[in-house]
Design a binder for this molecule. Structure first.
Ligand SMILES: NC(=O)c1ccc[n+]([C@@H]2O[C@H](COP(=O)([O-])OP(=O)(O)OC[C@H]3O[C@@H](n4cnc5c(N)ncnc54)[C@H](OP(=O)(O)O)[C@@H]3O)[C@@H](O)[C@H]2O)c1
Length: 345
């Protein structure tokens, strides 16, 4: 019976959220005075729910990495109206498309240059359930944005996060995954670029990139947290079904008719953006473990068998490193390869 309660609490909003066997509320977020954070996609949807909460709890500086300036300005205006001008002034916007790995590196270098600590990194931006597409590097856009761009960002910020941890702090990284990671193709091997560039359909395309987010967390736990950096934690989250642009608008691109079920059919029981932010805020501010898959509000779940496969995680990260290195080789001569200081086995 409790299993059913957890499933409902994990996925749906309103009264369902009270059915979970563990509880965590946004108000349980600790005071974040002096801390510095980064949230990708922090200007709308779930990421905005996270950014709002971190600012409300006094984070001293918060970088928002996203694409659309107007959306960021709108988010900043809401923070100013509701939390005050002082909180809005703590927001720093960095325009960056996460599929542009050279730009991702630039942004990470600027953050490292301007700060002597980094406590929180929320890898939240994402391409939703949409049709297959290749980036200008010739890489599947779901994998390039949802997984690889965040690996480049994390890898370049890691030295600063390790320094922050060595100075007596707990540093937390949270990857936004989804229960839809179970929709990754059953024969996923992460063996080659050709494999991940196969068009496997919108759901599987999305699911594969979300599987990568959990595998990355478990890999990072083995290779970084358990390997000399016990206070640098990385976990993955499922936010539930949340009412956002992704679930209301983007879903209509691949499914002009069927998407209406997602847009309208389950809208009344979807979580709102603040309910959807709960597991991420938990992983960004409270969790003591690393390599977990956390479902709302703060329930560790096993995830699919593939998400627990260490060999698959090793292949994913080797492929990630090889693709990014290969695709940015031209840049690497003059500007430094985006993966040259990545922590790998
Ligand atoms: N909604 C759900 O039910 C649900 C369920 C499971 C997981 N998720 C995951 O939750 C995360 C947030 O999604 P959401 O539902 O809150 O959707 P959303 O409201 O559409 O927000 C997506 C955010 O990602 C940013 N973004 C998209 N493509 C980007 C790119 N190429 N480079 C940099 N930033 C980019 C967007 O930036 P702009 O603001 O500049 O447009 C936006 O801020 C995603 O990873 C999504 O897959 C959502």
């Amino acid at each position: 019976m409790q299993k059913l309660g957890d499933t409902l609490a994990e996925n749906f909003g309103g009264a369902f959220t009270k059915l979970g066997s563990r509880q965590f509320k946004l108000d349980d977020c600790p005071d974040l005075t002096e801390k510095v954070g980064v949230v990708t996609g922090g200007s709308q949807g779930i990421g905005f729910g996270v950014a709002y909460t971190l600012l409300k709890h006094n984070i001293s500086k918060l970088y928002i990495i996203s694409v659309n300036k107007e959306v960021f300005e709108g988010a900043k205006a809401v923070i100013s109206d509701e939390l005050g001008q002082d909180k809005a002034a703590r927001m720093v916007w960095m325009k960056c498309d996460l599929s542009d790995w050279r730009r991702v590196k630039e942004v990470a270098e600027m953050i490292k240059r301007d700060n002597n600590r980094l406590d929180i990194l929320v890898n939240n931006s994402g391409r939703g359930i949409m049709s297959a597409e290749l980036t200008s590097y010739g890489v599947d856009r779901h994998m390039a944005v949802n997984h690889m761009g965040h690996v480049v960002l994390t890898s370049h910020l890691l030295p600063l996060m390790q320094k922050t941890a060595e100075e007596g702090n707990i540093v937390r990284i949270s990857n936004q995954s989804s229960n839809l990671h179970t929709g990754a193709p059953k024969d996923t091997k992460f063996a080659s670029l050709d494999e991940i560039n196969q068009d496997v359909g919108p759901n599987a395309q999305y699911g594969r990139s979300k599987l990568a987010g959990i595998l990355y967390s478990r890999y990072f736990n083995r290779k970084v947290t358990q390997n000399g950096h016990p206070n640098v934690l990385m976990n993955a989250t499922h936010p539930g079904f949340v009412s956002t642009k992704q679930s209301r608008e983007d879903i209509l691109e691949p499914y002009p008719l069927g998407g209406y079920v997602m847009k309208y059919g389950i809208e009344p029981i979807k979580k709102d953006q603040f309910e959807g932010a709960v597991p991420t805020v938990f992983c960004a501010t409270k969790i003591k473990d690393s390599g977990q898959y956390i479902c709302p509000p703060c329930i560790p779940e096993e995830g699919s068998p593939m998400s627990q496969d260490d060999e698959l995680a090793d292949r994913l990260m080797e492929l990630t490193r090889n693709i990014i290195t290969e695709k940015t080789r031209v840049d690497s001569v003059e500007r430094g390869c985006p993966m040259d200081d990545v922590v790998v086995h």
